[in-house]
Structures are given as C-alpha cells and as structure tokens.
Write a protein that binds this ligand. Structure first.
Ligand code: F6P
Length: 342
C-alpha cells in the first residue's frame, strides 16, 4: 500500500515522531511505501509531495515542528479542492490512502472527505488537548511544560516589582493548558473559557493575594471571556475554517485590574513558544505509538477512523466521535483548582 501522510493546522511538538513511527512500522511490518504531502491539505490539493523512506525519518522523534510543513488550508476550497479532484490526484499518483495528522479543523475535513469515499485515517494532534475521544493528544504535555516554566519565571519578576502579572496561554476554546500549567506553577487564579467570571471576582482574588504580601500571578486562557461578553476576545479575523483567531485577552485584563485595584498590573503572552521546540518524552512516545497505530488502521482499511489514547492503550475510534464537540474542562476539575485561588 502507498500511503500519503500530511500534517495540517497549527503545528505542535511530536508531529515528526508520528511520521517516523508510521514510516518505520509500515516499512518493517507491511512493506508499505510512503509519501509526505507538503504543507498539509495544500499538498493534497496541489499534488505536492515528497517520498519518505526509513532514511528520511532517521532521528526525527525529538525534532520539533514538522519536516512536511503545515498550513491551515481547507481541502474543500479552491479550484483543485474537493473530493473529486483529490480522488483524481490520488489515482494519478497511485496513492492508496491518506493519514491526516491534525486537530479539529483538519480532522473535520478528513471526516468529510472520508464520507465522500476518500480513504483517510486520522491522528489527533493539538497542544489544546480539546479533541474528544482521546484522553490526551500529543503536544499538550510539551505545551504545559513550556507554559509552566514561563509562569514560574514571571512569578519572580512579579515579586521583585510587587506587580500583578497576567499570563496568557493558548488553548482555543478549551482551558486545559491554562488549568494544568496554572496548577503546576501555583497561579493565584486561572481563567478558562469554560468558566466565565466577572472582573470583580478576579479583582477580589488579586487583592487577597496582595494583602497576603504576595505578587498576584493570573493565568488566562486565550478563549476566556467575562460573563458580560458573548464570545471570546478576538481582533485578528478568521482562519481558513472560519474560526476566530484568538489572543489578546491578557492585554485587556491587566489594565482593568490596575484600574479597579490600584495594583500595578502587566500582561504577557507565552504565545508560539508553546508549540515550538523539542517534544517532551511523553509526547514522543504517544506520537510514535499513534503513528504506528495509524498504519495498522490504514492497512486494515479502517477509513474514517482515528487512532486515540484511552488510558494507556491506543485504540481506534471514528473521526466523527472526535470532532462532534470539543473536549472541554469539566466543572469539577475547575472547582478543584479554584479552591486554591486568591
Ligand atoms: O490549535 C493550536 C493553536 O495554537 C491554538 O491554541 C491557537 O488559538 C491557534 O492554534 C493559533 O493559530 P495560528 O497558528 O493560526 O495563529
């Protein structure tokens, strides 16, 4: 079988480990051949790919980013997009199957293509950890480590200057990175999309912390909104899947805190550092196992399926299960953490 792999959407640490796991297992166990589509769905739509063999994936599991490149191209858009064109491109190049490594946008597109008869298997990737039907997605563990280190570092400068510092982390409409990094670093409050609050509640926590002689460190997820807001703060337009680009809530929050409490307040965002650099050992192992399992699923013609982590096992679920609704932080996880706020 000749399999085309693509990595699409926002990149994350561990993508190269998936590619390596898939190619090594396919080569050794099934005698599969591989190509890598360049820049996600864009490579599929344009028929742009490179050949992958054992040699091309040597030493890859620790390498950040993706050797194939990534983009947020929607495979249904443009003159050469859509199932008919993609089917023709696969046939022209004798490619039997696609392994699509991506998050919600990528996998939703993969699911639609599979419903149209394109042979696709999905692999969940996202630092946001917001895909349902998998306990964790690779990239999340690394992102939490990076965000935790950033918050630890912010804390010492906040203490030196007796400032409140608001640290913004990624996560789209899920608060997983904020919750885990905030708990790990002992943040004085964690603000997540699943739990809208009032500015008064946040300021009460800030004042409490200051009154105990500490410098308040607040972690805010980019998708957080106040109770008074209809949706998350966004001033950067839409992505290719018509989803708002988030980011900037910390810059809004810090001046509000300063105005209402009189405590000097600053903001900072951890930003793309959360997606860059070498994957953690946990993410390398998870990504390698998922890549190997994706080849099993393709060789077994389980089209429309996605490989996933359940407990410590790698299982196969349907892409639809993973994408029908985002996996958000349950209230009990937030309430457990919030006992330590303020
Ligand atoms: O989904 C991963 C992610 O990093 C989100 O946390 C963030 O909102 C988004 O991607 C940023 O996307 P872009 O790379 O298009 O700016």
């Amino acid at each position: 079988m000749k399999i085309g792999i693509l990595t699409s959407g926002g990149d994350c640490p561990g993508l190269n480990a998936v590619i390596r796991g898939a190619v090594l297992k396919g080569d050794r166990v099934f005698g599969s051949q591989f190509v890598g589509f360049r820049f996600g769905w864009r490579g599929v739509v344009e028929g742009d790919f490179v050949h992958l063999d054992r040699h091309s994936v040597r030493g890859l599991s620790k390498q950040g980013g993706t050797i194939l490149g990534s983009s947020r191209t929607n495979p249904f858009d443009g003159e050469y997009g859509g199932p008919d064109n993609i089917r023709a491109m696969l046939k022209r190049n004798s490619i039997d199957a696609i392994i699509a490594v991506g998050g919600e946008g990528t996998l939703t597109a993969a699911g639609r293509l599979s419903e149209s008869g394109i042979p696709v298997v999905g692999v969940p990737k996202t630092i946001d950890n917001d895909l349902a039907a998998t306990d964790y997605s690779f990239g999340f563990d690394t992102a939490v480590e990076i965000a935790t280190e950033a918050i630890d570092r912010v804390r010492t400068t906040a203490e030196s200057h007796e400032r409140c510092i608001v640290v913004e982390v990624m996560g789209r409409h899920a608060g997983w990175i904020a919750l885990h990094a905030g708990m790990a670093a002992g943040a004085h409050a964690i603000l997540i999309p699943e739990q809208p609050l009032t500015i008064e509640t946040v300021c009460d926590w800030v004042i409490n912390v200051r009154d105990r002689g500490r410098a308040p460190v607040i972690v805010v997820a980019e998708g957080f909104r106040f109770e008074s807001m209809d949706q998350a703060y966004s001033d950067k337009g839409l992505d290719a899947f018509n989803r708002p680009r988030l980011g900037g809530i910390a810059d809004r929050l810090a001046p509000l805190i300063e105005e209402k409490t009189g405590i000097e307040s600053r903001s900072t965002a951890v930003g793309f550092a959360q997606r860059g650099g070498v994957p953690s050992a946990y993410d390398r192992v998870l990504a390698t196992r998922l890549g190997m399992a994706a080849v099993d699923a393709a060789e077994a013609s389980r089209w429309g399926s996605m490989v996933a982590l359940k407990g410590t096992d790698i299982v196969t679920v349907s892409i639809a299960e993973a994408t029908h609704a985002p996996k958000q932080v349950p209230p009990e996880r937030y309430h457990e953490a919030s006992l330590l706020f303020g």
